[in-house]
Design a protein around this ligand. Structure first.
Ligand code: CP
Length: 304
């Protein structure tokens, strides 16, 4: 039995295999329609979500399986003080696989310790979001044709941005990838996320200025400044609009740039950008369903 609490729980070979399966699902959906018949996915979301929860649920339905769960802690017995460990022991009686989002870093790891079915981290606080990274990798592979030899710009809240942490951790394992980390001083990437960059001699630069690095980028990964991670509202208000991507700011970008965003977006990408062919963030949300289908099949050891 496998759990996915971090993107490093998957080897590069396994990620490549998931991308291949996701592409096969896109090309031949009928092959996959009944593979999870009589299997149940539990989605335990202690924190709000649109894409992750609904794409997991759509993924299971498209595999012929069923879904149960909760979309907020308040509607579960967590509101009465139940521990994650006890909730997981209980849900394992009802479901074959669990996707869990929690505001506390490490909660899915605790869940995995007490689970008798596979647990997938669907985002834990400001820490990790491995299935968003699988989504991002499938999108980059599909839209750029490769995952190696490229310059990836990550912009916004790089401190609390769990999608950024997982994406750096994954992409630094591909040859020829370099990173441009664009953030306000207060929202720089934490030191622990940079450990694999340093140990692997992966090139990276840090800057506060998006405009000056725009022409270098193959991928621009925008992120939201997350109000829910701030202890102080004044700090959030001061930093929230640090970067707003507009058509004018894209004038110096490469014609083959791709613009990604894990979403939800607040102000950081002007709606006018949505019509630009380089904007891939809604396509990215669609890819998330296919790669989660591939992951569910892998963890349940179901083969087409
Ligand atoms: N990308 C992402 O995690 O979106 P949701 O919060 O809507 O799930």
């Amino acid at each position: 039995m496998r759990h996915i609490t971090s993107i490093t729980d998957l080897s590069i070979a396994e990620i490549d295999e998931l991308i291949l399966t996701a592409n096969d699902i896109i090309a031949h959906p009928d092959k996959y329609r009944e593979l999870c018949r009589h299997k149940k996915l539990a989605t335990l979301f202690y924190e709000p979500s649109t894409r992750t929860r609904l794409s997991f649920e759509a993924a299971m339905y498209e595999l012929g399986g069923q879904v149960l769960g909760f979309s907020e802690a308040a509607s579960s017995s967590a509101a009465k003080g139940e521990s994650v460990a006890d909730t997981i022991r209980t849900v394992c009686c009802y479901a074959d696989i669990i996707a869990m989002r929690h505001p506390k870093e490490g909660a899915p790891t605790v869940a995995a310790l007490h689970a008798t079915v596979p647990v997938i981290n669907a985002g834990d606080g400001g820490h990790n979001h491995p299935t968003q990274t699988l989504t991002d990798l499938l999108t980059i592979q599909a839209e750029k044709g490769r995952l190696d030899h490229m310059t990836v710009g990550l912009c916004g809240d790089l401190k609390f941005g769990r999608t950024v942490h997982s994406l750096i951790t994954a992409m630094c394992r591909y040859p020829g990838v370099q990173f441009v980390l664009i953030s306000p001083e207060e929202l720089k990437v934490p030191s622990y996320v940079k450990i694999p960059l340093k140990s692997g001699n992966v090139p990276y630069t840090q800057t506060t200025d998006l405009a000056s690095v725009m022409p270098e980028l193959d991928v621009l990964y925008m992120t939201r400044v997350q109000r829910e991670r701030f202890f102080n509202e004044d700090d959030y208000v001061r930093l929230k609009d640090s970067y707003i991507l507009t058509p004018e700011k894209l004038e110096s970008a490469r014609p083959d740039l791709i613009i990604l965003h894990p979403l939800p977006r607040v102000n950081e990408i002007a709606v006018a950008i949505d019509e630009d062919p380089r904007a891939k963030y809604f396509k990215q949300a669609l890819y998330g369903k296919f790669v989660r289908m591939a992951l569910i099949l892998k963890l349940l050891e179901v083969h087409a």
